[in-house]
Ligand binder design. Structure first.
Ligand code: SAT
Ligand code: MN
Length: 626
């Protein structure tokens, strides 16, 4: 036991450091840690270095305690069941704090409750913090996690330090981000993003712990301070609430840094498509949570001779370089993917990625020590005994679900069989197309290209999707999710649109923008498009458009759609209803455009840039003329 550095000692007396050497840390890191030790009062400090022995030690502790269950069917894989009250992001308890309200949220008409982010004043937030953080780590170990988003030392990367009292969070952060002592060398005397996380259950506990998963759902609060580059998260141990490198930093805080520095932090996958000729094209695609970004990013093409490679499945940081090209990195180093629906048919590359060194959260377990979830019916012995995510005995065919719909796998990106050799290139990869999309059961064609950068942004601003289980929303309602960023905006969405629009300036070569929808249904409620590996056909059309191949499309009221004879339909297992798949029901689109207009008026108000209104008006005119 070594005693903490004198600044800590002065404030609260000795707090033992059970691992690591405090003296070695940069001054600003020491100060930050000391401050939060004095507020949260942990029993001891554990300075993480990212080594394997560190993971082994934590895993052993968690398996002994019962938080993790080893899945002996695979190598170094574990199952974690959370408290069933802590299973998804909690958007209603997520806040952005800024001095000026309108830096965070748009100007809205009186009485309108906005959905593009929640603002709280620094004063009010301080009151909320004071009700939660003082003493919140009492009796617990505080882990200090130095991490980099993006390859350590890359000009596109950013470093941060997360404090947490959850060892599950530490294990997941080690997969999802680059945890390393080297971060301190990069840091030097510079500032870093400050990430403070507590499960919010000091000892002795006031609330019964379920599944050895401490949390405090009634007091959940995820607060972002973009001006200070700080995140304070309380009460939840789950995913987007607690792995602060992910949505909190890489999207909410980073979107603000990106605005200030002239780049983009987006909720997008990054991948490349290699045609039989060998030509490689990179695309970025933004879909709301749980709409299949991971499946597209790891697509296994059905068209012979095509190959795809994955750079990232959730977040892209992109910047225009001096030669005008847009280049992007995946700031993460792992996948936190939705488990249900994933199988060797829909996403073989994901399945292969998580055969070792992975964590499964809120899935079911088979009697032979494997994972199980909805969608794996054909890949396990159908009679095998299963234990559900709630610990109940269950078998395939019984009522109810084996796994939570937002159950997840957490797996190292480097294990993906089609990970791009350049996925950690400090200069990123060149992005030639941007694709928006969502779950749209009616009206929206399989694919269309927008008419311009400005029209593409307008289309992105009107992205909608069926609600998913990734947050607390329920039911099948269609929700607006502009740019797939609604839950992840760090600043005023109108200013964000302006920022996007202003990027169209010399020498920037703005990529073409497309919209896709794999989820359109026929009159019997069946999907009109097979999706998954067959989506290569859509990507093929997109990249041929990008490279300027002639006569591929026809203009209609919403954009450019494929000419049927120029779209690869050969070899599809089942005939498709092309006319339905691409139809533009006039009344549907009139309603849809009106709905989008109302959404922008109500939720973004005066902050909508005029160019977006112009694009919408032009679209309305084209639809009316149908
Ligand atoms: O829980 S996360 O926010 O990390 C997943 C998602 O909603 O995309
Ligand atoms: Mn996501």
């Amino acid at each position: 036991v070594i005693e903490v550095h004198e600044i800590v000692v002065k404030r609260l007396g000795p707090v033992p450091i059970i691992k690591g050497d405090f003296h070695y840390l940069p001054k600003k890191a020491k100060k930050f840690i000391a401050k939060w030790v004095s507020i949260m009062k942990p029993r001891c400090l554990y300075l993480c270095d990212g080594s394997q022995s560190e993971a082994d030690e934590i895993i052993q502790k968690l398996t002994e305690r019962g938080t993790l269950t080893k899945l002996p069917k695979y190598e170094n894989c574990y199952l974690c069941r959370t408290d069933p009250a802590d299973v998804a992001r909690v958007e209603s308890k997520t806040w952005i704090v800024s001095q000026e309200m309108y830096d965070t949220v748009p100007h809205l008409k009186g009485g309108v409750k906005g959905i593009m982010g929640q603002w709280m004043s620094p004063q009010r937030m301080q009151e909320q913090m004071d009700l939660r953080f003082p003493g919140c780590m009492s009796g617990r170990t505080m882990f200090v996690i130095p991490f980099s988003m993006g390859p350590i030392g890359s000009p596109l990367s950013k470093v941060a330090i997360q404090l947490t009292d959850s060892n599950y969070v530490l294990l997941c952060m080690r997969i999802m981000t680059r945890v390393s002592h080297e971060v301190y060398d990069v840091l030097g005397d510079n500032d870093f993003v400050q990430c403070i996380h507590s499960v919010g259950l000091p000892r002795p506990v006031q609330r019964k712990t379920i599944n050895h998963w401490p949390c405090n759902p009634e007091k959940i609060m995820i607060a972002h301070f973009p001006e200070e580059r700080r995140i304070c998260s309380f009460g939840s141990g789950y995913g987007g609430n607690s792995l602060l490198g992910k949505k909190c930093f890489a999207l909410r805080i980073a979107s603000v840094i990106a605005r200030d520095e002239g780049w983009l932090a987006e909720h997008m996958l990054l991948m490349s498509i290699i045609e039989p000729s060998g030509r490689e094209t990179f695309v970025a695609a933004a879909f709301p949570s749980a709409c299949g970004k991971t499946n597209l990013a790891m697509l296994q093409p059905t068209l012979p001779g095509y190959k795809t490679l994955c750079v990232g499945d959730d977040i892209a940081w992109m910047r225009f370089f001096e030669d005008g090209s847009l280049r992007g990195i995946n700031p993460e180093s792992g996948f936190f993917g939705v488990a249900p629906g994933t199988n060797y048919e829909t996403n073989p590359n994901a399945m292969k990625t998580f055969q070792k060194n992975s964590i499964f959260t809120n899935v079911a377990e088979t009697a032979d020590g494997g994972y199980y979830w909805e969608g794996m019916e054909n890949e396990v012995d159908k009679t095998i005994a299963i234990t559900t995510w709630l610990g109940q005995p269950w078998r395939i065919g019984m009522p109810g679900k084996s796994s939570h719909p937002n159950s997840r796998f957490t797996a190292p990106a480097g294990q993906c069989p089609i990970i791009h050799p350049k996925w950690e290139d400090p200069n990123g990869v060149p992005v030639s197309a941007i694709i928006f999309g969502g779950r749209r059961p009616t009206g929206v064609p399989l694919v269309f290209e927008t008419f311009s950068w400005e029209h593409g942004i307008a289309v992105g601003a009107c992205v909608k999707s069926e609600a998913t289980a990734a947050a607390e929303h329920s039911g099948k309602q269609i929700m607006h999710d502009p740019m797939a960023m609604r839950p992840f905006m760090g600043y005023n969405f109108g200013h964000y649109l302006k920022h996007w629009l202003e990027l169209n300036r010399p020498p920037h070569k703005c990529p073409k923008i497309f919209h896709v929808n794999w989820f359109r249904l026929d009159d019997h409620g069946e999907f009109l498009w097979p999706g998954f590996g067959e989506n290569i056909r859509v990507l093929d059309w997109i990249i041929r458009r990008v490279h300027g191949e002639k006569d591929l499309g026809v203009e209609n009221a919403i954009g450019i759609v494929p000419r049927k004879d120029k779209f690869r339909l050969d070899g599809l297992k089942h005939p498709i209803d092309w006319d339905h798949l691409f139809s533009l029901p006039k009344n549907y689109w009139l309603d849809d455009t009106t709905d989008s207009r109302h959404f922008l008026e109500d939720m973004v108000g005066n902050d909508v840039p005029q160019v977006i209104w112009d694009e919408l008006a032009a679209q309305e005119k084209r639809i009316t003329a149908l």
